[in-house]
Design a protein around this ligand. Structure first.
Ligand code: ASP
Length: 215
């Protein structure tokens, strides 16, 4: 997927391709195509079966919403893997896997692939990758909003991230978090869930791995 995203950027005039067209483009680019079985894990398959079981039970609208997030939220286990990086030439990059929403339907698109929502990088400000309840991250345009607060208001990455994750996403009733790095190498991993699996490394090789609230 990363090679394909790179090919879209380098070898097409477009920013985002989807569905069959994206597959055709990938084949034309000579990229490796794997069978869906490649992505199978027993854990995720069982979670899907449990969600489908629950779906059979009569639920009101709010519960329907909660259904998708059930396993994830209660165990603070959003499934998305994201990264943000600054290289020695000052280039910022962010990447976000498609996540985490069990039993999503109707061709639902989350925040992960939407530039400005779940993923954004701008050499003038920061790189951001998010995990969380994607619908809220799309509504709040989380990743770009953090960058915009830095660009237009002169806020630091830490200040901007706090406002967007706690006031904006939290204010709308959503939850999740981000990993981000700014153009000077400051790293921020802000979240409003109970915990977020996260790690960072600076240019000295100092590694930090955390799950729950910050010290
Ligand atoms: N943000 C992802 C989505 O809404 C879920 C996740 O982070 O696991 O698709």
């Amino acid at each position: 997927p990363i090679d394909l995203a790179r090919a879209v950027m380098d070898n097409s005039p477009h920013v985002m391709l989807s569905g069959k067209g994206a597959e055709t483009f990938a084949k034309e680019q000579g990229l490796e195509i794997v069978d869906p079985q490649y992505f199978y894990t027993e854990n995720r398959f069982n979670a899907l079966q449990r969600a489908k079981e629950r779906e059979k039970i009569e639920l009101d609208h709010d519960d329907q919403q909660a259904l998708f997030y059930d396993a994830e939220i209660k165990n603070f286990k959003y499934g998305t893997v994201g990264c943000a990086a600054l290289d020695k030439d000052g280039n910022l990059a962010a990447g976000t896997s498609t996540g985490g929403m069990t039993n999503k339907r109707w061709g639902r698109v989350g925040d992960a692939p939407i530039i400005g929502s779940g993923t954004y990088a701008n050499n003038a400000t920061c790189a951001v990758s998010s995990t969380g309840w994607g619908e809220y991250f799309i509504r709040a345009q989380v990743a770009h909003d953090i960058s915009a607060l830095m660009e237009y208001k002169g806020l630091s990455l830490a200040e901007a991230s706090k406002i967007v994750i706690h006031d904006k996403v939290g204010g709308l009733g959503g939850d999740g978090g981000i990993v981000a790095i700014d153009k000077d190498g400051n790293m921020v991993m802000e979240f409003n869930t109970e915990g977020m699996y996260r790690a960072s490394m600076n240019d000295q090789g100092d590694l930090k791995i955390e799950i729950y609230e910050k010290e």
